[in-house]
Design a protein around this ligand. Sequence first.
Ligand code: PMP
Length: 447
Amino acid sequence: MEREYLIKPMLDESYKKVSHGQGVYLYDTAGKKYLDGSSGAVTCSIGHGVGEIVEAMVEQAREVSFVYRSQFSSYAAEGLAKKLAEMTPGDLNWTFLVNSGSEAIETAMKTAIQYYQEKNMPKKTKIISRWMSYHGITIGALSLSGYPERRFRFQQLLEANPVVSPAYCYRCPYGLKPSSCKAKCTGELETAIRRVGADHVAAFVAEPVVGAAGAAITPPEGYYEKIRDICDRNDILFIADEVMTGIGRTGKTLAMEHWGALPDIVALGKGLSAGYAPVAATIISDKVMRPIQQGSKLIMSGHTYSANPQSAAVSLAVLHYIEKNQLNTAASEKGKTLFKQLQKLQKKTEIIGDVRGKGLLIGIEFVMDQTSKQPFPKSYNLTSRVIKKAQQNGLLVYPSAAGIEGGDGDAILIAPPLTINDEELSELVQLFSKTIAEIEAEVLPMS
Ligand code: PMP
């Protein structure tokens, strides 16, 4: 065996080398075909191998690929910022470009703190987040993330920021129904603010629909309206982490547009370039930028590759592609179809406890028993069993987390490219149904 040089995330035989991708399919170097049912890490939302994105890439490279942002701006970066201001609602008019979702969150955190410094309220530095959340792998973003598996090695480095529960309706701690609960769980945010003291809190951050750490946990009606009201009453900024949900994934440019409340700062990534270039963005409202412009004028953040013209041109081409092909509408319609079919499958199996989500971001939570909602024992490794079995069957799905503490349950995300057609959608459901039947036959006799 030849020695290895690349540090890989998996060391077993299920880890394959890709050859190429086309549309919703990926092909490995052995020639096996996979339906990309998760758009990679919920990223490749326009599918693989789109010719016009490649052309935009080459066109920009012919002009200039790199400039350093303190020396030059570029048509591409400015064009992208303008496009994002047009596409996003309210006064979300300012864009700071970075390279990953984690960096977008770090910039959002720093901007919130800087906003209050400019307003002469320097004590407001705490950021409240939710348990069962994922905001990124860098230390600041990981501090905000309620994701036990990704935190535990670095616990001592992480900021002890206050956390509240997510709106996890399937396992509501109050035993209420989403249709009549009046978003009672938002009361926890009020309590957390009171305990820390509003004069110490800069922001509350949430994923509109929880992604990696909670398999598409979706809040009940009225939840974000109440959150917005609590933030306003306490003079706290609301940061929406739309790294996974943004740019059409849930059927709208921002998932927050599903509810009657808008954030002050938004983090975008993943779908922003659909995986064609490493780019992410922090979108900042006029309200937040105003005191910064009147004060120190600059946002104290940035990276060598921030506002890189090459990535910006690719992202701009992706946004035009999404608009031209009406992929927000497609996500919404295809999402409804897929959701119904997965609910049908749930009735035919014992191990799917919950199907949830919005648009083409759908979470499946697995349980031993649909009535008691008891999770599988850890030793079953159910999530990784499902991922591997699906992969053997030629379907890629994304691992997630579930259970009361976010670490003791099993779940996956299904989030195919928004370009998926009806035939491919049926194939996805058929491959997933086959996978579930095989898993059920394997694990139920074990219990
Ligand atoms: N926030 C959310 C909601 C995410 O889903 C992710 C990535 N899974 C991140 C932040 C971090 O993004 P990145 O991996 O690009 O740093």
